[in-house]
Ligand binder design. Structure first.
Ligand SMILES: *Cc1c(COP(=O)(O)O)cnc(C)c1O
Length: 400
């Protein structure tokens, strides 16, 4: 059955699914095995060794491919394994990449600590202005990698506008779509060549696994990525794939609730006297609201905000939450509260952090599926405790 014309909530449950040929179990089986027996020399049932491919991982790849409206995706042990494998598939010594400046901290570290040493360089530019992308492209540029919304300030990049530039220069455009998933934003339909997901986040959705995926309609590129994946050994594991396959079915339903809650909380934050500013693409005060409406189906469920009283009080507020979990990551059922400058972006040069708007007082919220009024009550008591200083933990010296 072609799943292209079905609604996303149906595709999430049925898209790309293959029936278990052995016992017709409704859930695709977990093939927890390293290797597969050959019927005869050179004759197998399509599987040989789980670093190369595995039926359960294969099932996940078909399911994600159905959501992305692409051939089966390629799944990786982590989101960073996906990004690393992609870049090593398309870049060689002497090549150059253009990357969003507001980007996942690990992507920046990948260049600084690993790829730079291999002679592969990158320019990190403010891709929210497409002129900066055009200006950063050199004859050595092979790929533009953007993240929109960017982490953590949710700065947006116009995917369609950037794709016009990359097409003109005959180079690849990859979009890290982890914050929205193909349910809320379809990079490939907007002109991108590659969609990257950290499946760790909304795709799994239950904080149970780490994983990544790459989807593209370019069959040659897909083949190359699979070859490099089996060479590097960055393939997803069967059990993680099996868990992720369960999570994906509720993705559209979860996202609807995540977004609903985030909208309520963002509006409450914006009117709160202790709050200096709120970054949320659904608010009228968000400078790129029109772009969000153009390329996203919903504003998403990530919020960033700053308290008027500054960094020290913000850290005390983080230390005072009781229902929200102080944790890195995002996209799960539990609301997570993060201090980007000391966690996800701790490795980014402080001066650059400041230029990117990642102040020491910035707080990031991944809105979970608890009742929004309970999260609001928790934040309210945390702000009050932080301002009064009563009963709060010491602020560690190094992040004062
Ligand atoms: C988490 C994340 C990654 C990295 O994924 P891992 O699964 O943690 O390796 C990449 N990009 C974005 C936007 C992320 O949020």
């Amino acid at each position: 059955m072609s799943t292209y014309n079905l609604k996303d909530s149906t595709v999430a449950i049925h898209g790309g699914r293959t029936l278990d040929s052995h016992a017709s179990s409704i859930l695709f089986p977990l093939y927890q095995t390293s290797t597969f027996v050959h019927d005869a020399v050179g004759v197998n049932k399509g599987f040989s060794y789980s670093r190369v491919s595995n039926p359960t991982v294969d099932a996940l790849e078909k399911a994600i491919g159905a959501l992305e409206a692409t051939p089966p995706a390629v799944c990786f042990r982590t989101g960073m394994a996906a990004i690393t494998t992609l870049l090593l598939s398309v870049l060689k010594c002497g090549d150059h990449a253009v990357i969003s400046d507001v980007v996942y901290g690990g992507t920046m570290r990948l260049f600084r600590e690993v790829l730079d040493n291999l002679g592969i360089t990158a320019s990190f530019v403010d891709t929210s202005d497409v002129a900066n992308v055009e200006a950063a492209i050199t004859p050595a540029t092979r790929i533009v990698l953007i993240e929109t919304p960017g982490n953590p300030t949710l700065k947006l990049t116009d995917i369609e506008a950037v794709s016009q530039v990359t097409k003109r220069h005959s180079i690849l455009l990859a979009v890290d779509n982890t914050f929205l998933t193909p349910i809320l934003q379809k990079p490939l339909d907007l002109g991108a060549d590659i969609s990257i997901l950290s499946t760790t986040k909304y795709i799994d959705g239950h904080n149970a696994t780490v994983g990544g995926s790459i989807a593209t309609r370019d069959e040659k590129l897909l083949e190359r990525i699979c070859l490099v994946r089996k060479t590097l050994g960055t393939t997803q594991a069967p059990f993680e794939a099996w868990l992720t396959l369960q999570g994906i079915k509720t993705l559209p339903a979860r996202l609807r609730l995540h977004c609903e809650g985030a909208e309520v909380i963002a509006r409450w934050l914006e009117t709160h006297p202790a709050v200096e500013r709120v970054y949320y693409p659904g608010l009228d005060s968000f400078p790129q609201k029109a772009l969000a409406e153009k390329q996203q189906r919903a504003p998403g469920a990530m919020i960033a905000f700053e308290l008027k009283a500054g960094a020290e009080v913000a850290i005390r507020a983080l230390n005072s939450v009781q229902l929200c979990s102080r944790a890195e990551s995002l996209g799960g059922l539990e609301t997570l509260i993060t201090h980007p400058s000391s966690t996800t972006h701790a490795d980014v040069d402080p001066e650059l952090r400041c230029r990117l708007g990642i102040s020491d007082g910035l707080i990031r919220l991944s809105v979970g599926l608890e009742a929004p009024e309970d999260i609001i009550a928790d934040l309210e008591q945390a702000f009050a405790a932080a301002v009064s200083g009563v009963g709060t933990k010491e602020v560690p010296h190094e992040i004062r």
